[in-house]
Ligand binder design. Structure first.
Ligand code: FES
Ligand code: FES
Length: 269
């Protein structure tokens, strides 16, 4: 990632267009590429398009998806939705900041490794208090577990970087499956109840008619965070959930897949 890569603006504007109506799409592309909206880049946008500085300020301050300062390599989204708030989400947020030595108006640690942000709801309220770091969702957290969570996440990222193809390649064994549920059945996962989670997943799939494939996987090096559940979609997007309890299975499955009955009902209307 290069903050001064002005050619990115040139390519983006060429692709999206120069009209003032394209301000949101262009800002989203910049945010995704740089992780924030660098001033030099925005100036370039104004010089190349009909978009005005006032329009950029208006749009970029209206939507909270935009950052105006650099972020750390990984964003920690701490959920402060109702369920997580009730179960101590604020203490989790404070614990991350304390552990990463972030104070005052800052939201990023001095090594620029982590940025801590609040989010409204991660959509998996049964895991409350929940946090999402990168593609991993951690549930049932306490302030004491934060150092372990961060270490586990970094180990997971390291492992992912050394086996990228293995991690992301979706090989759905059932031809008509709509995705894959990978459940850790290594010794730590099993001793912490992944067998029961496996049963709960199978039951949810039977009750909802969702045709996701359930696949058993070995240890992924996050033994402290077990039981682990990974949801992989046909487009290879993957979502990893840590410390999942059998009673969380249904909510997680329904977050990613539509029950068969609902799909049929929508088709018939
Ligand atoms: S309120 Fe936190 S996941 Fe929904
Ligand atoms: S045994 Fe499941 S992550 Fe290690």
């Amino acid at each position: 990632m290069n903050e001064l890569d002005l050619t990115f603006v040139d390519k983006t504007v060429e692709k999206i267009g120069t009209g003032p109506e394209n301000v949101l799409a262009i800002l989203q592309a910049i945010q995704e590429h740089f992780g924030y909206l660098p001033t030099e880049i925005l100036e370039r946008v104004c010089s190349m398009t009909e978009i005005t500085p006032a329009s950029i300020v208006g749009v970029s301050t209206f939507y909270n998806q935009f950052r105006h300062r650099p972020a750390g390599r990984h964003i920690i989204h701490v959920c402060l939705g109702t369920a997580c708030h009730v179960k101590g989400g604020d203490q989790i947020y404070d614990a991350f900041r304390r552990h990463l030595d972030i104070s005052g108006d800052e939201d990023t640690d001095s090594e620029k490794l982590f940025t801590v942000e609040k989010i409204a709801c991660l959509g998996c309220c049964t895991l409350a208090p929940a946090v999402k770091i990168g593609e991993v969702t951690y549930g049932h957290l306490t302030p004491e577990t934060i150092p372990t969570v961060l270490n586990d996440f970094l180990r997971y990222e390291e492992a992912k970087a050394s086996h990228p193809a293995k991690k992301h390649k979706l090989q759905i064994e059932k031809a008509d499956a709509c995705g894959e549920l990978r459940i850790g059945l290594g010794s730590c996962c099993v001793s912490r109840g992944s067998g029961k989670l496996h049963e709960a997943l199978q039951q949810t799939l039977t009750e909802t008619g969702i045709r996701a494939a359930v696949k058993r996987v070995g240890c992924v090096g996050m033994c402290y965070q077990t039981p682990l559940l990974e949801v992989v979609l046909p487009d290879n997007r993957s979502f990893l959930y840590a410390k999942v309890q059998p009673e969380d299975a249904r909510a997680i499955v329904l977050k990613h897949f539509k029950p068969k009955q609902i799909t049929r009902k929508i088709r018939n209307t």
